[in-house]
Design a protein around this ligand. Structure first.
Ligand code: CP3
Length: 358
């Protein structure tokens, strides 16, 4: 890009959008809604574009990544776009051989398990982030007033893929390294924090108006270990955003025991999974933290009247927080009927301006 455009949070394009208003702790006229994994296999237009391109190659193709990011915004009229990428992209950009296997997730040829493996990890060359910057800039140029959310994986979730070599049930090898070699663990999590931090900062500088830190597997940790051995590194990831006044959402699955700690590392909002009702989450958060969530993804296939009652219940419970961003409790399952997502967006928008009596 020869002359970078000004940032949407600076020139006012997204400043008073429903999402940014809510993340700043105020109640917008209409409750914002977006979906984790809104771009992806639930959309036939996504499946068509992806033919012949691997997942991570698609992420690093700015034109493709931008188009895939825009697809769900056009289709569902959600209140935010989320940049099409993956939490393992920073690993790839730092030279770690990683692939995404369909139906399974990220897989590494050679897991990182010893102190000497960890010492060999290199930082990201800033130029390697160019496709990310370009993908974000292209997307933001098309979005007008709709904010783009950038994201990254939190150090624990990333480290669990590195140590396990792929998806795992309880992240046992990773948690075992945490106790058996705390020094190597801290080095590994710092490295993860730094590559994720660079990835986040590149997205915000190129025009993202908010970010979400995904600590998807945080639910396998005890509160004590999260607090002592993980949270400081997540905080370090966010320190990469210093000086950029961008709202931060912090999300985890099975995070009920650590919600307050997740807010405490400097997040503006906490993403809650489907296990805890939002009024209970809000109580655990002390009543002064913005919440995001938490439609149960399993309900997306239920008859509409049941799903509608569930969504209205989520909206009602979300009133216990200073502001609420509607989302699912985790990502959109690939077999979801996309019409259902569009219908939820309509319902949330209507119900939250009072047009629909619950
Ligand atoms: O729309 C969006 O939410 C933005 C895109 C996005 C993807 N991955 C695209 C993707 C986001 C935010 C992610 C984050 C991500 N990636 C997380 C954190 C969120 C979460 O779900 O907890 C995690 C744990 C990963 C790692 C990962 N990548 C997994 C577990 C998988 C699923 C593997 C499978 O096939 O079921 C991926 C692949 C992936 N990332 C896909 C997409 C659209 C599917 C790949 C495909 O289309 O072939």
């Amino acid at each position: 890009m020869s002359s970078p455009a000004s940032h949407p949070l600076d020139d006012g394009r997204t400043t008073s959008s429903a999402l940014i208003t809510a993340l700043r702790g105020q109640r917008p006229e209409r409750t914002p809604v977006w979906f984790m994994r809104q771009a992806g296999r639930s959309l036939p237009e996504y499946r068509a574009l992806r033919v012949g391109t691997s997942m991570l190659d698609a992420c690093l193709n700015p034109e493709l990544a931008s188009e895939i990011t825009l697809q769900p915004v056009r289709r569902h009229r959600v209140d935010a776009a989320v940049f099409f990428s993956d939490i393992v992209i920073p690993l790839r950009l730092a030279g770690v051989p990683v692939e995404i296997v369909a139906g399974r997730g990220p897989v590494l040829e050679t897991p990182i398990r010893t102190a000497s493996d960890i010492l060999r990890l290199r930082p990201i060359d800033p130029a390697a982030l160019d496709p990310i910057r370009e993908g974000v800039a292209r997307t933001v140029a098309e979005l007008d007033g709709t904010p783009l959310i950038g994201f990254a994986g939190a150090p624990f979730t990333l480290a669990s893929y590195l140590v396990e070599g792929g998806p795992s049930k309880d992240q046992q090898r990773a948690r075992s390294l945490m106790v058996s070699d705390p020094h190597a663990w801290a080095q590994l999590l710092n490295w993860c924090a730094d590559v994720s931090g660079a990835f986040l900062r590149a997205q915000v500088e190129a025009g993202a108006s908010a970010v979400q830190l995904f600590d998807s597997w945080v639910g396998s940790l005890s509160r004590h270990d999260y607090q002592r051995r993980v949270a400081p590194h997540s905080r370090r990831t966010l320190s990469a955003l210093r000086g950029l006044d961008v709202p931060i959402i912090h999300f985890g699955v099975g995070s009920g025991e650590v919600l307050d700690l997740m807010a405490g590392i400097g997040a503006d909002a906490v993403g809650v999974d489907w296990r805890i009702p939002l009024d209970e989450a809000s109580r655990r958060l002390g009543g002064n933290v913005v919440v995001q969530g938490n439609i149960d993804p399993a309900w997306l296939g239920a008859p509409w009247d049941k799903l509608q009652a569930h969504v209205l219940d989520v909206l009602e419970r979300g009133k216990s927080a200073p502001a609420h961003v509607v989302n699912l409790g985790h990502g959109v399952p690939p077999d979801t009927d996309p019409e259902v997502l569009t219908r939820i967006v309509g319902l949330v928008h209507e119900a939250s301006v009072g047009a629909l009596v619950a």
